[in-house]
Design a protein around this ligand. Structure first.
Ligand code: APR
Length: 164
C-alpha cells in the first residue's frame, strides 16, 4: 500500500525512515543533515561503525531521538546526464531499502525523494522509478506500508499525478 505526504520525513513516526545519504555515511546537507540533526550524535556514532555504503546499497541503524525506530541509509546516484547507469542505481537504492525493511520485519517505512536534491536526478524520472520499484516489490510483500514524503512542491505534485 503506498501513501503520499508533504513535509519533513524526520517527523515520521513509523518503523523506519530512509535517508538519502552519501557513500561515507558521515552525514551531509539536505535530508541527511535533517535526519542526523533530529536523531542526535548517537546516529553518527553508529554510522561510523558501518564502513560506508556503496551507491545503490542500504544499511540500517537505530533511530535514536527520531520518532522512527530505525533509519535505513541508502546512497542514490549523482546525476551525470543519464548515461552512467543512474536509473539502474536509483532503482537499486529503492529495492535494497525495501528488501532491508522486509528482512527486518518492518511494517511501515517512509522514503524521501532520493537523489533529486543535491544529486540533481531529474524529479519526473526519479518519481517514475520510485513508484514502479515499490509497486513491483509489492508483488512480493503486500504487507509493507510505504509512505513517500515530499519536502518540495515539485516532487509532491509529480507523485500526486503518478499515484492518482
Ligand atoms: N524531509 C524530507 N525530504 C527532505 C528533507 C526533509 N527534512 N530535506 C530535504 N528533503 C528532500 C529534498 O527536497 C529532495 O527532494 O530530499 C530529497 C533529496 O535531496 P537531498 O537531501 O539533497 O539528497 P540527494 O539529492 O540524494 O543528495 C545526497 O546530499 O545531503 C547530502 O549527504 C548527502 O551527499 C549526500 C547528498
Amino acid at each position: 500500500m503506498m501513501q503520499l505526504q508533504k513535509g519533513d520525513i524526520t517527523a515520521f513516526g513509523g518503523d523506519a525512515i530512509v535517508n538519502a545519504a552519501n557513500n561515507s555515511l558521515l552525514g551531509g546537507g539536505g535530508v541527511d543533515g535533517a535526519i542526523h540533526k533530529a536523531a542526535g550524535p548517537q546516529l553518527l556514532a553508529e554510522c561510523k561503525t558501518l564502513g560506508g555504503c556503496e551507491t545503490g546499497q542500504a544499511k540500517i541503524t537505530k533511530g535514536y531521538n527520531l520518532p522512527a525506530r530505525f533509519v535505513i541509509h541508502t546512497v542514490g546516484p549523482v546525476w551525470y546526464g543519464g548515461e552512467k547507469g543512474e536509473h539502474e542505481l536509483l532503482e537499486r537504492a529503492y529495492r535494497n531499502s525495501l528488501e532491508l525493511a522486509l528482512s527486518t520485519d518492518l511494517a511501515t517505512i517512509a522514503f524521501p525523494n532520493i537523489s533529486t536534491g543535491i544529486y540533481a536526478f531529474p524529479k519526473p524520472q526519479a518519481a517514475q522509478i520510485a513508484i514502479s520499484v515499490v509497486k513491483e516489490m509489492f508483488v512480493k510483500a503486500h504487507d509493507l506500508q510505504v509512505t513517500f514524503i515530499c519536502f518540495d512542491d515539485e516532487n509532491y505534485q509529480l507523485y500526486q499525478k503518478l499515484l492518482a
